[in-house]
Every structure is written in structure tokens, then in C-alpha cells.
Design a protein around this ligand. Structure first.
Ligand SMILES: [Zn+2]
Ligand SMILES: [Zn+2]
Length: 150
């Protein structure tokens, strides 16, 4: 679907309801309308720049554009483009954790949760292959039975 070609910033501007030749930045709209309306005192009705179905007198239009429901919808739509890109949150937990695996840093702050997690992982036979785990179980059983005989 080939639409009309606009310059990238074209849609950032709002067409002035008083004079379609005027293109206004949304943030400047209220200021512009206040000034521009003075030149259009004689005109009867003007169209809302956000919805051409909204027809108001010059005086009413100045207040309408502030409350127009289509304006808030438009600005909600545009807002994400104007926000700076979200910076990735530094994941301190992951860094701290990976450092603790390889070495024992002289930690000035003792972190019990990190210690517990580490201790748990070491005891957990998850990494061992099934055969090794079975072998371990067998040897433990044997050791237990041998101890019982004493
Ligand atoms: Zn204007
Ligand atoms: Zn409107």
C-alpha cells in the first residue's frame, strides 16, 4: 500500500484550524491558536485540527483543542516516539552471582541468600549423569549397611 510520501517530521505538526497553511508543533498549538485566532475573528466556524467533524467558533476552538478527545488520542500515540529509548537495566544480581561462582571475593557485605543458593547448588546432584547418581546411591547404601554391621 503506497501512501503519500511525507517528510519524516510532517506528522509531528498539526494543521492550524484557522489556516490550513499553518503547521504547528503540538507543544506550540495553544500559543499559536491564541495568536492566530486574533486574525480570524471574522470567520464563523473553524474545524478542529484533530477531527474535521469538530466545528467550533473561533473562541470555542481555542478551548476545544485543549479538551478534544482526539487530541489526547493523537498525543498518546505519538508519545512513545518522543521518549528516549529505554536504557537496559543493569542486572546486578546476575553479575554478582557469576563472580561468586569462580572465586571467593573478600565480600565486605555478607549475602546470606547468595551463600545459601551456592551451597544448595553444590549439594544438588543435578549435573551428574544418571549412572553416576545411581552409583553414588549404591555406594551410600553399601556404606550404610556396612556401618550397620558394626
Ligand atoms: Zn494558524
Ligand atoms: Zn476536536
Amino acid at each position: 500500500m503506497a501512501g503519500p510520501r511525507y517528510s519524516p517530521n510532517f506528522e509531528e505538526y498539526i494543521v492550524c484550524p484557522f489556516d490550513s497553511a499553518h503547521r504547528i508543533m503540538p507543544v506550540r498549538l495553544s500559543y499559536h491558536l491564541t495568536r492566530c485566532a486574533k486574525n480570524f475573528q471574522a470567520s464563523k466556524m473553524v474545524r478542529c485540527p484533530f477531527n474535521s467533524c469538530h466545528l467550533h467558533s473561533v473562541g470555542d476552538m481555542q478551548t476545544h483543542v485543549i479538551d478534544c478527545p482526539d487530541r489526547s488520542a493523537l498525543e498518546r500515540y505519538k508519545l512513545p516516539d518522543k521518549l528516549p529509548p529505554v536504557e537496559p537495566q543493569p542486572c546486578n544480581f546476575t553479575v554478582e552471582c557469576s563472580e561468586d561462582w569462580d572465586s571467593e571475593p573478600p565480600a565486605p557485605t555478607y549475602n546470606p541468600s547468595t551463600y545459601c543458593e551456592k551451597a544448595f547448588i553444590i549439594r544438588n546432584p543435578q549435573g551428574a549423569p544418571p549412572a553416576a547418581r545411581r552409583e553414588f546411591r549404591e555406594s551410600e547404601k553399601k556404606r550404610f549397611q556396612e556401618n550397620k554391621e558394626f
